[in-house]
Ligand binder design. Structure first.
Ligand SMILES: [Zn+2]
Ligand SMILES: [Zn+2]
Length: 634
């Protein structure tokens, strides 16, 4: 038989040859370094047979960034972890242990709770196993055999997995010097032996329900990671350290911006300083909307189910909505502003001369996100978007979409944000005809190309009513979050029977563009906190200037300085701490300017300390000039 190599050359092999045989046929070095073969793009265990005509590609210990190469390494490391845990904690039951982004986990039911201190001991045991050496053997057995085997080992989770597994049952046994140490139910693929695992680290402990269902037993999840090189692990740990430093949940509390309470899961309590940041963005939203021809509207929070049936949300989005009964009617709390805007639009007769009609509303929205999916400000149940809906004619679509992108980029560039652009196309479950989807997807592509934006295509990820351009940013861990979106919709205007009188005097249906550019204020602020590590630019900082009187007698003087900075967000810190301590606090609070006022300071000579430590003496008027420049284009 023949297989095709990445360079297009064909390789002749004996029938039934494995990936490893193919690697050996190319050269001993490749065979030694290979960890996985991709057969027609699917990662496969090196020992499994290849099929005639398959295109193959080897992943080696040199592919240290390839997600599949890392997955096979980390998944194998997870099996080593399970072996170690079983040896150290007799009576433990093993559940599942998949690779994940940045590492792996394994779930166990321990006979007694374990703590972080146990992780060190387990990690040492795994490192001992790696040093001792482990090889993996794969075998396929019948379902009955597998069930009997795991039942005899007292592994109820594995028995359940055998019962629910699809297809054939395969086992991986790790052994050393001919002694079998641990056998796991696993589809693979796996390394052939543990020697490529050059760095192994357990990172944290968490609780997790069996199969993610809170009705089931709570298990202990051990997270870890592994790498092909020690230096890669060090780099990863440095990144984690940096991410922790930037984590908006930690900084949100430290900087007194917001907090969460279990009394209302997923709904932030905004503190005055958090609201200061919010209001700066809200002002920006208002000003830019006005400058770009948007009108502000306000629509209800609660609607009869009838509205959601018309909009299609009842059919497609109900599981994410909060609903309730009142006076024998079923109501839904709005998860989006659009249906309300359609009702508002339909209240008046609209002529083509009034289009495009750009309706903006930063209304409060609620979505019933699963508790497990909530994540600080980045995924919440209550939020407000810089939402707007543009009703326009078919001919106006391209310019309007372009206008949205220009608007968005004006904000992103002002903040120095890097945005990943995605075009999401028709999902499986959708409203509308294929022709309508073709036209809508084409219009979005055109706008992206006219603005010269690089974008990736997310096949099948569009909204049920239309395709969309999604604008993403990354958090401190490199995870991508959607912030803005521009969505084309021909469905909702039809469903609400919206119309306008064209210049031909006939009735037409407008196109609706849903757009949010910063997305939810909650998520945007969360991402900004991580982006700036809490050190907001001057114009956005919750407290812009802090004045510190050296002693009690200087309080009035400090107060007078603060008053002369009216219009800026200024506070006076006359707490009983030493000046040194208060300066350090200002630094920890990431305040852009701190002014120390004592005996020798006056309006002609103020002692100014900038965030980061730079010190200078400026007159009050020089300072006012500097602050005006810094907030210049806010
Ligand atoms: Zn496995
Ligand atoms: Zn909308």
């Amino acid at each position: 038989m023949k297989v095709v190599l990445p360079d297009g050359k064909e390789l002749e092999l004996a029938d039934g040859a494995s990936g490893l045989d193919a690697a050996r046929a190319i050269g001993p070095k490749l065979a030694e370094q290979s960890v996985l073969v991709k057969a027609d793009g699917t990662p496969q265990d090196l020992r499994l047979p290849l099929a005639d005509g398959q295109a193959i590609q080897f992943l080696t210990t040199r592919n240290t960034d390839d997600p599949d190469a890392l997955h096979v390494l980390r998944h194998s490391a997870a099996h080593l972890l399970a072996e170690a845990v079983r040896r150290l904690y007799p009576g433990v039951k093993v559940a599942i242990g998949p690779p994940i982004e940045n590492g792996f986990y394994y779930d166990f039911e321990f006979p007694a709770p374990i703590t972080d201190a146990d992780l060190e001991r387990i990690e040492a045991e795994v490192n001992r196993e790696i040093a001792e050496g482990r090889t993996w053997q794969r075998e396929e057995i019948s379902r009955d055999e597998a069930r009997a085997r795991f039942a005899a080992e007292g592994e109820p989770y594995k028995v359940e997995l055998v019962d629910t597994a699809e297809g054939s049952i395969s086992l991986y046994t790790q052994s050393h010097d001919g002694t079998d140490e641990f056998t796991d139910l696993c589809r693979g693929p796996h390394l052939q032996d543990a020697s490529p695992i050059k760095a192994f680290k357990l990172t944290s402990l968490a609780g997790a329900y069996w199969r993610g269902d809170e009705k089931n037993t709570q298990l202990t999840r051990i997270y870890g990671t592994a790498f092909y090189a020690k230096a890669d692990l060090e780099e990863h740990l440095n990144l984690l350290e940096e991410a922790k430093r930037r984590d908006h949940r930690r900084l949100g509390v430290q900087l007194d911006l917001f907090h969460f309470s279990d009394i209302s899961p997923g709904s932030p309590f905004w503190h005055p300083k958090g609201m200061a940041v919010w209001n700066v963005l809200e002002d920006l939203r208002r000003r830019e909307n006005a400058a770009r021809g948007y009108v502000e509207v306000r629509t209800p929070q609660i609607y009869d189910q009838e509205l959601w049936v018309t909009s299609g949300h009842w059919e497609k989005y109900r599981e994410h909505m909060f609903t309730f009964e009142s006076e024998h009617r079923t109501f839904g709390l709005k998860p989006m502003n659009c249906p309300g805007h359609c009702v508002l639009y339909s209240a008046g007769a609209v002529s083509y001369r009034e289009l495009p009609l750009r309706m903006a509303e930063a209304g409060v929205l609620h979505r019933d996100e699963l508790a497990g999916a909530l994540h600080g400000l980045l995924r919440v149940r209550m939020f407000s978007q810089d939402d707007a809906h543009i009703f326009c004619t078919e001919e106006q679509v391209a310019d309007e979409v372009l206008g949205c992108l220009d608007f968005g980029y004006a904000i992103y560039e002002k903040l120095g944000l890097e945005i990943d652009v995605e075009l999401s196309t028709r999902p499986e479950s959708r409203l509308g005809t294929d022709e309508e989807w073709d036209a809508a997807e084409g219009a979005l592509r055109d706008a992206l190309e006219r603005r010269g934006l690089a974008y990736t295509v997310n096949e099948g990820d569009g909204a049920f009513y239309g395709p969309k351009i999604d604008l993403h940013m990354r958090d401190s861990l490199g995870r991508s979050w959607q912030i803005g979106t521009v969505q084309l919709d021909r469905q909702m205007p039809q469903r609400f029977k919206l119309g306008y009188q064209g210049n031909d005097n006939a009735d037409h249906t407008p196109v609706m563009i849903h757009r949010a550019l910063i997305g939810s204020f909650e998520r945007f602020i969360g991402i900004l906190i991580e982006h700036f590590a809490g050190a907001f630019p001057f114009w956005l900082a919750p407290v812009q200037v802090r004045v510190l009187p050296i002693a009690d007698v200087h309080h009035a003087k400090a107060q007078a300085v603060a008053e002369q900075l009216a219009g800026y967000r200024v506070e006076v810190d006359s707490s009983a701490e030493t000046v040194g301590k208060r300066i350090r606090n200002a630094e920890l609070d990431k305040i852009p300017f701190t002014i120390v006022v004592g005996e020798k300071e006056s309006d002609e000579a103020l002692a100014i300390r900038e965030r980061g430590g730079e010190q200078s003496t400026k007159s009050l008027s020089e300072l006012l000039g500097l602050l005006a420049t810094l907030s210049g284009d806010k």
